[in-house]
Design a binder for this molecule. Structure first.
Ligand SMILES: *Cc1c(COP(=O)(O)O)cnc(C)c1O
Length: 380
């Protein structure tokens, strides 16, 4: 039986084309399908919002590599989140979200779903007592991110799954930062995994996409129903690009981790760096939990610069190889100042981040070049 992660990433959902032998699923740029008599569908395809063969290939592959029963591909990570939340919640229901949730997720709750009548509470998920205390009879979902953005906090998926189960709530894990190669939330008791496939899963900064993977068949069917009913599907070109990325996910993640570890070593020994945030460090508060539930510690590294905000901004302006930009998880290294960029909208709220913080998405380039670039940018 084939079950190795790398084998599944290359082959699941991707049988050679029965007619031509093409080893890669084609881009089915098509909206509708010829029927053999009324209702006589070939292979179940009817209309491409409901299903498209290129998207099916990606969806089956994602389900396989997350260890779920059903994968669904969406136009973006936020489209996947919105579909999930409106499929499993009704107005008046309550959701526990991470105290440092991804900004776009927080905005979806605060600006869109709150007006629709969904109640939510940001809670620090590393504090299990705080999570238990926040559970109400109306709590339908506990929403987890681990590691978090940009502070790289860690939450214990297995412990949160047992709290969710006792509460009769679903445990949803946004697995974007870890990727399915480094962390398998469904095996730890999560009900649904969410991805922004824009990041590590796609991995090449060339496509925006999202995904849901359900552990249980009934929930998977319910989400698939809503995917079709709400319509925020991934198009065939996007699905093809994402699937192309998935094939090398394991190789890329190993290299992201190798390079991130070397970058962490450099930053730790640098006199102008006051703190390095990386779950692989033994003094990181979530290190033990991360070591238990992650294969390695990922490619995201944050650090604080001596001299405050101006100096942190200056470092971001001075790198040449680390490209100044938002997003993460691509093969190219990126640098950003969360306080003024990705997290500018949460300034003044509970989600505010330190102004001397710099976030790196460490890419797969030659490590010596990356270290030289950072060394130069950090020079006083
Ligand atoms: C980027 C991101 C999202 C949103 O995904 P989009 O593809 O940008 O819609 C959700 N969660 C996390 C952790 C992200 O990094």
């Amino acid at each position: 039986m084939i079950e190795g992660f790398e084998t599944l990433a290359v082959h699941a959902g991707q049988e050679a084309d029965p007619h031509t032998g093409a080893v890669v699923p084609p881009i089915y740029a098509v909206s509708t399908y010829k029927q053999d008599g009324v209702g006589g569908l070939r292979a179940g395809y009817e209309y491409s919002r409901s299903a498209n063969p290129t998207r099916t290939a990606l969806e089956e592959c994602l389900a396989a590599i997350e260890g779920g029963t059903r994968g669904l591909a969406f136009a973006s990570g936020l489209a996947a989140e919105d579909t999930l939340l409106r499929a499993v919640c009704a107005p008046g229901d309550h959701v526990i979200i991470p105290g440092d949730a991804y900004g776009g997720t927080y905005r979806l709750f605060a600006q869109v779903l709150a007006r629709w009548g969904l109640l939510f509470d940001p809670v620090p998920l590393h504090d299990l007592d705080a999570v238990r205390a926040a559970v109400r009879p109306e709590t339908k979902v506990i929403w987890v991110e681990t590691p978090t953005n940009p502070l790289l906090g860690i939450a214990d998926i297995e412990a949160l799954a047992s709290i969710a189960q006792q509460a009769g709530a679903l445990l949803v894990v946004d697995n974007t930062f870890a990727s399915p190669y480094l962390q398998q939330p469904l095996a730890l008791g999560a009900d649904v995994v969410v991805h922004s496939t824009t990041k590590y899963v796609g991995g090449h900064s060339d496509v925006v996409g999202g995904a849901l993977v359900a552990r249980d068949r009934d929930l998977g069917d319910r989400l698939a129903y809503h995917q079709n009913a709400m319509g925020a599907v991934a198009g065939p070109f996007d699905a093809w690009l994402t699937l192309r990325g998935v094939k090398t996910l394991a190789l890329r993640m190993e290299r992201h981790c190798d390079n991130a570890e070397r970058v962490v070593d450099l930053l730790l020994s640098h006199p102008r760096v006051t703190e390095v945030l990386y779950p692989g460090l033994p003094n990181h508060p979530g290190h033990e939990v991360a070591a238990k539930q992650m294969r390695r510690f990922g490619g995201m590294v944050s650090f604080r610069v001596a001299g405050g905000e101006d100096e942190a901004v200056r470092v971001c302006d001075r790198t040449k190889l680390f490209t100044l930009g938002e997003s993460l998880g691509g093969v190219e290294s990126l640098i950003e100042h969360p306080g003024r960029m990705t997290h500018a909208s949460v300034a003044g709220s509970a989600l505010e981040v330190p102004s001397d913080l710099v976030r790196l998405s460490v890419g797969i380039e030659t490590i010596g070049d990356l270290l030289a670039d950072l060394t130069e940018a950090l020079r006083a």
